[in-house]
Design a protein around this ligand. Structure first.
Ligand code: PGA
Length: 254
C-alpha cells in the first residue's frame, strides 16, 4: 500500500512571515495516513524547518547543484540543504527544464548527487503541449525517466518519488483529466518496471502535478496509479492546500 503524498511547491512566492505562518498551519493540520512535504524558496528553508518541527511535515529544496561544493556562484549544494534540515529536493521541475534550460544529463547528475548525499529526490517529468499534440507524451516521459534514473541502484529507489507534471497543465488552470493523468501514470509505472522490476515499480509513488486544486484533487487521487499531488498555486494558501490533504486522507481511508 502506497501512502498518499501531498507536496506544496511554493516556487518564488511568499515572504518570511508568510512562509512561517503557512508552514505552521500545514504542520498543525497534517493528518495521519498522508505524507506531506513543503518546498519553500531556499532562503526560507530554515524558517520553515523550524515551523514544522515535531510534525509529520517534511521540507525540501526546489533545486540543487550537481556539484558537491566550490566555485558555483548562486548554487546550493545538497549538503547545504541537508544541513538546514531539508530532507528532500525537487529535481527536473518543468520550470528548471524549460525556463532555465536544464538538460536530461544535468538532471541525471543532480539525482545522483541528491541520492548520494542522503536526500529524497522528487524527479519531475512531463511533456509540453506540442509534444502531447504530436503524440509524443510516452516517448518524452520514458526518455526523461530513463535518463534521470541512469545509474540509480534499485536500493536507492526507496528515497525517490516521481512527479508527473504535464507542462501544459502547470499554472494554466488546465488540469489533465483523471483519465489522461491515469494513463500516463500507468505508463510511467510500466517504464519503471522495465528499468527495474515490477515489485519496485509498484512500491514507488508517482504524484500528479498541474493545476491541482481542492475541487479536483479527490477525483485525481482516486485514480489507482496516482499516489498524491505536487501542488503549486494552491499550495500558497492554507485554505486551498489543507483541503487537498483532507482529500488524500479520505481517499486513503476509503
Ligand atoms: P500548479 O503548479 O499547481 O500551479 O499548476 C504545479 C507545479 O509546478 O508543481
Amino acid at each position: 500500500m502506497r501512502t498518499p503524498f501531498i507536496s506544496g511547491n511554493w516556487k518564488m512566492n511568499l515572504d518570511r512571515a508568510g512562509a512561517r505562518g503557512l508552514a505552521a498551519a500545514v504542520a498543525q493540520h497534517a493528518a495521519r495516513g498522508v505524507d506531506v512535504a513543503l518546498f519553500p524558496p531556499a532562503v526560507y528553508l530554515d524558517e520553515v524547518v523550524r515551523a514544522v518541527a515535531g510534525s509529520r511535515v517534511q521540507v525540501g529544496g526546489q533545486n540543487c547543484c550537481d556539484e558537491a561544493s566550490g566555485a558555483f556562484t548562486g548554487e546550493i549544494s545538497t549538503a547545504m540543504l541537508a544541513d538546514v534540515g531539508a530532507r528532500l529536493v525537487l529535481i527536473g521541475h518543468s520550470e528548471r527544464r524549460h525556463v532555465y534550460g536544464e538538460s536530461d544529463e544535468l538532471i541525471q547528475r543532480k539525482v545522483a548527487r541528491a541520492l548520494g548525499d542522503g536526500l529524497h529526490a522528487m524527479l519531475c517529468v512531463g511533456e509540453t503541449l506540442d509534444e502531447r499534440d504530436g503524440g509524443r507524451t510516452e516517448e518524452v516521459v520514458a526518455r526523461q525517466l530513463t535518463s534521470g534514473l541512469r545509474g540509480v541502484a534499485r536500493a536507492s529507489l526507496a528515497s525517490l518519488t516521481i512527479a508527473y507534471e504535464p507542462v501544459w497543465a502547470i499554472g494554466t488552470g488546465r488540469t489533465a483529466s483523471p483519465a489522461q493523468a491515469g494513463e500516463v501514470h500507468r505508463y510511467t509505472r510500466g517504464v519503471l518496471a522495465g528499468l527495474y522490476d515490477r515489485e519496485v515499480a509498484e512500491s514507488l509513488r508517482i504524484l500528479y502535478g498541474g493545476s491541482v486544486k481542492a475541487d479536483n484533487a479527490a477525483e485525481l487521487l482516486a485514480v489507482p496509479d496516482i499516489d498524491g499531488a505536487l501542488v503549486g498555486g494552491a499550495s500558497l494558501r492554507a485554505d486551498l492546500f489543507l483541503p487537498i490533504i483532507d482529500a488524500a486522507q479520505r481517499t486513503h481511508s476509503a
